[in-house]
Design a protein around this ligand. Sequence first.
Ligand code: ARG
Length: 457
Amino acid sequence: MWGGRFAAGPSAIMREINASIPFDKALWRQDIAGSRAHVAMLAAQGIVTPDDAATIDEGLARIAEEYERDGVPEDWDLEDIHMTVESRLSELVGPVAGRLHTARSRNDQVATDFRLWVREASLRAEAGLEALQRALVTRAGEHADSIMPGFTHLQTAQPVTLGHHLMASYEMTKRDRSRFSDARARMDECPLGSAALAGTGFPIDREATARALGFAEPTRNSLDAVSDRDFAMDYLQAASQCAIHLSRLAEELILWASQPFGFVRLPDTLSTGSSIMPQKKNPDAAELVRGHAGRIIGCATSLMITMKGLPLAYSKDMQDDKPPVFEAAGLLDLCLAATAGMIADSEFRTDRMRQAAEMGFATATDLADWLVREADIPFREAHHITGAAVKLAESRNVALDALPLQDLQAIDARIDDRVFAALSVDASVAARASYGGTAPDEVRKRVAEARAALGME
Ligand code: ARG
């Protein structure tokens, strides 16, 4: 491609360190689409003849068929997907292939191809998130009344419903989706036509190529356009945040599936056994979602570190932008699918959850609230009285509402038998009907809103 200026070809080491074809062949569809849009524009502008453009376009269509059928050949001498396509084009159509690269550089070409790829990855992430949301709201609707302990410090805090807990994850996925769509709005500008760095002297029509490739408009500064990888970092940051949420949910499923918790039976289809211990069913999918989140965050970090010291415009370091994005996207798609599967097909052991909520003095706050409400005791004093009741129940190894009234009255005479209605876990969750609270009716409202938003009516 540049033999004119060189006396010697690259060494074996140079060829190996330089080659991006082993990974950037993933961009072949985008590369061919970009070239077809470019050559159509060159013809419309009278920069190449309609005949030459038609020959080039037919050649590109044929290459797409070949790659679809046989895969992309990997020749390190051709460095990357852009040269691989162009070299095949010249084999197919002869010297006219050389007209395709008029008014274009690999710098704007790769920036365009990569944006197109990242845009699709971002749409895939959103589709994966939507599938997860459907699973979450379906299961939340089934379990709007199912009582479980809510935790702080992983210590039993107050009873909540499983539906409320699942809807907490739904809220996270809503934010995750919006991060991907925000990122897409920003990447909706086409770099093609920025050429190497300074633009081109040919009378190109950048609006036309932008439109043909589905972008809202062309980028406004050629230096920025070929140097910008914000779109890839935006994607990786959105992916990292999403992976953090998936990892936290996975961590809970792992805990819940453990024997001491026993809150969930994960689907056999997303678990593994042990080669030595016959009783085992391990939550491997959940553990890998938790593990992969670390790798996804690592990919985001990797690209940020690649970019942070680069002067304008293109530097070859930027070839290292693709592996972390490809890796993270593959991992994220898998994590979303595995998580949706676990939520959809797990068996929630609501008996165990209720038992745990009843055993953990989870309604102690309700006793304190009752003393405030019914006996007009200041909350701090009510907190103290309730602490004494918990201490007594703990020493007898019984639940709060199993303490006899006389014993409660011995702690504070203002307690009467109406208190027992407030001490059940059902009364506790029903009482928390503030907007966004765990009361089953509130949860049902949130589920109905979510179903409507997802078109699930
Ligand atoms: N293989 C390169 C990459 O992926 C394409 C751009 C090359 N541009 C250049 N000036 N060497 O970044």
